[in-house]
Design a protein around this ligand. Structure first.
Ligand code: FER
Length: 302
């Protein structure tokens, strides 16, 4: 009897974990079969790195260079109806005499406005790149992409997937205007970028490619199943070709979600939409995201 009790408990635990890891797809997202985490990975011949790996010390803080500033900023979200937070990096020597480009940088399913900083130290990476003359001084805005009243990553984090879709309104209606009113920012599309990791990668592709009038630089790193199907993302390849300054798709070759990025890469290739396709040797992890941030930020706003 005891044995059955243990078995039942084990079964229930496993079933709960399976449900937590394989949630219902958010409305409008891809209906393609997918592996999810640890799903089948089938690599194609061009699933290769487009660039060399960063040097080993790419995110080591250096004493001998100027540093930018990180500050937690609050804004009123019209669509959510709450006061929300975002982490903002301003580059070394930030001055209201200049107008800066802005990269909006989005986190993953379990993250919040602090995730990028905790995972990858993007401010340190940019301080180093700017000191070496490799990146244009830019503002990086790390908002909370879970647009709902309680925006903490709690309980079943997958249940908040619809709030990641709802963030489109918060970004356009509240986040961008708040940044543009508080900071000295160039406000045309060629000075605005959108990138993110996993759920944030899906958001960046969904919102960035839909609003090409607002974003010229778009990046999806290890994009999650919230990514719309390719033909929905890029219904008019001619328009995308003409407007995008850079479209960056990257995934680690040990990431069970790679299929999502592979499908979009295949579609873009078929329709001649220029893009970076960078597949390196990592999994669904912070090493992948830090390295892509380093590679991507050197190639935007130029
Ligand atoms: C899923 C698997 C992974 C999913 C989302 C993720 C919404 C997101 C992972 C991340 O952001 O790291 O099935 O469905």
């Amino acid at each position: 009897m005891m044995k059955y009790g243990v078995c039942l408990a084990l079964f229930l635990t496993t079933a709960w974990v399976a449900q937590a890891q394989e949630p219902k797809r958010p409305e409008g997202a891809s209906k393609r079969p997918r592996g999810g985490f640890g799903g089948p990975i089938v690599l194609n011949p061009d699933d290769k790195p487009a660039f060399d790996d960063p040097p080993a010390n790419y995110k080591t803080a250096r004493e001998d260079i100027p540093h930018g500033k990180l500050e937690m900023v609050e804004y009123d979200s019209k669509s959510v109806g709450t006061r929300r937070k975002m982490n903002v990096y301003t580059p070394p020597g930030y001055s209201s005499e200049k107008k800066y480009p802005v990269l909006y940088l989005l986190h993953g399913i379990g993250g919040d406005e602090t995730e990028w900083q905790r995972f990858c130290a993007p401010g340190t990476i940019l301080d180093n790149l700017i000191a070496d003359g490799k990146a244009t001084p830019m503002i990086v805005v790390m908002p909370n992409g879970r647009a709902q009243k309680n925006d903490r990553p709690e309980r079943n984090i997958y249940a908040a997937a619809p709030a990641f879709a709802a963030f489109e309104q918060d970004l356009l209606v509240s986040v961008i205007p708040a940044i543009e009113s508080r900071y000295s920012v160039a406000t045309d599309r060629e000075h605005r970028g959108l990138a993110g990791l996993s759920m944030g990668g899906g958001q960046s592709l969904n919102f960035g490619l839909k609003h090409l009038d607002l974003f010229a630089w778009v990046g999806g790193f290890s994009s999650a199943p919230n990514t719309l199907p390719p033909a929905k993302l890029v219904p008019d390849p001619d328009v995308a070709r003409g407007k995008l300054k850079l479209l960056w798709l990257a995934c680690g070759n040990k990431d069970g979600l790679i299929r999502i990025s592979q499908d979009l890469h295949a579609y873009l290739k078929e329709h001649d939409v220029p893009h970076v396709w960078h597949v390196d040797s990592h999994g669904h992890d912070a090493t992948e995201w830090g390295k892509n941030f380093y590679l991507f930020t050197q190639r935007i706003f130029k």
